[in-house]
Design a protein around this ligand. Structure first.
Ligand code: HEM
Length: 276
């Protein structure tokens, strides 16, 4: 009975997807391509393991949000270059709103029983979140470029092409510091950058939009570290100290990534800030 229903709904989904593409007037399903979208979750376990659908949907949802974040940051880079800090800050705020959802969303996976995950985990080998092209794009565009990570994508022509472009283009950190230097607040040394931020933090109203921007950038940094931290705890709860499907040590490896920061100068400036 269940199989008949599955066959029926699969057949009608295919037929309907074709119809939507032809003469039907615009509708919710046609505009958003819902029939196509809900056909993109293909489980590998046989017989289908109950939690595999959740696992796929969560990952696909992350990838969609990564796409939207990259869209906002790409635009933000142009706005900063044009000196439109108010508009850039508006987009950065939207990035952070999405990231708050991404940080919380990882907990959904904790509703899986570890034994339920093990039912289909072997099927994923050797695929891993390590290979999330858009997460790496997010790291690169924010300022954490890593040649080793770039090279790990060499066998994936599409991903390697996108990542190479990101690797060779100015990042959010590059563009932010160029703007700060261009406004005479710093020359391009680490110490000078830290001092520029101390100046901005000391008199927020004097540098209102730049103050807001550094605040949003440090929050972007914070959100990604919070995501890493939640992801690690979820992984440990699910797998303990087992190795990852991508071949790393698992939790041991992931813990080393917590030190990654896109804007180390923003954090360091807080250490040296004093009341004058
Ligand atoms: C049960 C669920 C999950 C488990 C057990 C898991 C496990 C792991 C492990 C062990 C690694 C280390 C690399 C390896 O050897 O495979 C890793 C990396 C990663 N995972 Fe997950 N993960 C899960 C869900 C997710 C989700 C939902 C995302 C969302 C996109 C994600 C994104 C990533 C990313 C981006 C990395 C690379 C992190 C870095 O290198 O900085 N993972 N994951």
């Amino acid at each position: 009975m269940k199989d008949d229903y599955a066959k029926f709904s699969l057949k009608s989904a295919f037929q309907m997807a074709e119809e939507y593409g032809k003469n039907a007037p615009l509708s919710y399903n046609k505009y958003l391509k819902v029939p196509e979208l809900i056909r993109l979750q293909e489980t590998l376990s046989e017989p289908s393991s109950h939690d595999e659908l959740l696992f796929i949907i969560i990952h696909q949802t992350y990838e969609l949000w990564f796409k939207q974040i990259l869209h906002e940051i790409d635009a933000t880079l142009d706005w900063i270059k044009e000196g439109r800090l108010f508009r850039a800050n508006h987009s950065l705020r939207s990035v952070i709103s999405i990231e708050k959802i991404l940080v919380a969303q990882i907990h959904l996976l904790e509703s899986m029983a570890p034994i339920g995950f093990l039912e289909f985990r072997d099927k994923l080998n050797p695929a891993s979140g390590f290979q999330s092209m858009q997460f790496r794009e997010l790291e690169f565009i924010s300022g954490a470029k890593d040649e080793k990570i770039l090279n790990s994508f060499k066998d994936d022509e599409y991903a390697y092409g996108r990542l190479t472009k990101r690797y060779n283009s100015p990042s959010l950190a590059d563009v932010f510091w160029k703007f700060v230097c261009g406004n005479g607040l710093a020359t391009d040394t680490h110490e000078d950058r830290v001092n520029a931020i101390i100046a901005i933090l000391s008199v927020p109203e004097k540098y209102a939009e730049l103050y807001n921007m550094q605040d949003l950038l440090i929050e972007h940094d914070e959100m990604i570290v919070a995501w890493r931290s939640n992801h690690i705890l979820m992984v440990e709860r699910m797998l303990g100290m087992k190795h990852g499907t991508g071949g790393s040590e698992g939790v041991g490896y992931l813990t080393t990534t917590l030190a990654k920061k896109f804007f180390p100068e923003l954090w360091e400036a807080r250490t040296h800030l004093t009341i004058s």
